[in-house]
Design a protein around this ligand. Structure first.
Ligand SMILES: [Zn+2]
Length: 183
């Protein structure tokens, strides 16, 4: 999907705040922000980065970063603290993407402890709402966000036609996610 198709689809689905978070490249965000003026949707820049922490490949969403900052392009598999520092230096927020897809444990306490160790490295928020998250995982993420005053976000992780998710499918209410902290 092109950024223009994404904007049109999001508009039709009633999305009010939108980011394109391509893996490691900022071109989608640049295009989105250029087109956004013609649509009544609040668009923010974003990119999804790979992080390796304690041998696990986490994904981190960098939101509202200064697109003139090119340092992302040369970062490959850094640790969580390094990525958070880079995002913060670019004026952005570091959001832990879909932890339910990455953290392989069904023990709630263990899941929480891993989230807490990542918070200590500098993440600003957690993608609580995600298509494959169970209600239990979403609730755990929300609870940790509340305890640590973090940003809660929602992502469709829509990759276009070859995956099952669609833009706007989560129907997350804007007041369920304190997303205005991102903007
Ligand atoms: Zn991801």
């Amino acid at each position: 999907m092109s950024p223009e198709e994404i904007l049109k689809t999001a508009k039709n689905a009633g999305v009010s705040v939108l980011a394109i978070t391509d893996h490691d490249v900022l071109d989608g965000s640049r295009e989105l922000l250029r087109l956004a003026e013609d649509y009544d949707i609040n668009c923010i820049s974003g990119v999804e980065l790979d992080v390796v922490e304690q041998g696990v490949n986490f994904h981190v969403l960098a939101y509202n970063i200064d697109l003139n900052n090119h340092r992302y392009d040369c970062v490959k598999f850094p640790e969580m603290k390094e990525v958070c520092d880079i995002i913060h230096n670019a004026g952005g927020k570091a959001i832990l993407a879909h932890p339910g897809r990455i953290i392989k444990t069904d023990k709630s306490i263990e899941f929480k402890n891993i989230l807490k160790s990542l918070i200590s490295k500098g993440i600003d928020g957690i993608e609580c709402y995600y298509p494959s998250h169970t209600k239990e995982i979403t609730d755990t993420c929300k609870e940790v966000c509340r305890q640590h005053d973090l940003i809660k976000t929602a992502g469709s992780d829509c990759h276009g036609d070859f995956e099952d998710t669609i833009i706007g499918q989560l129907k997350t209410k804007i007041d369920e996610i304190n997303i205005l902290k991102l903007i």
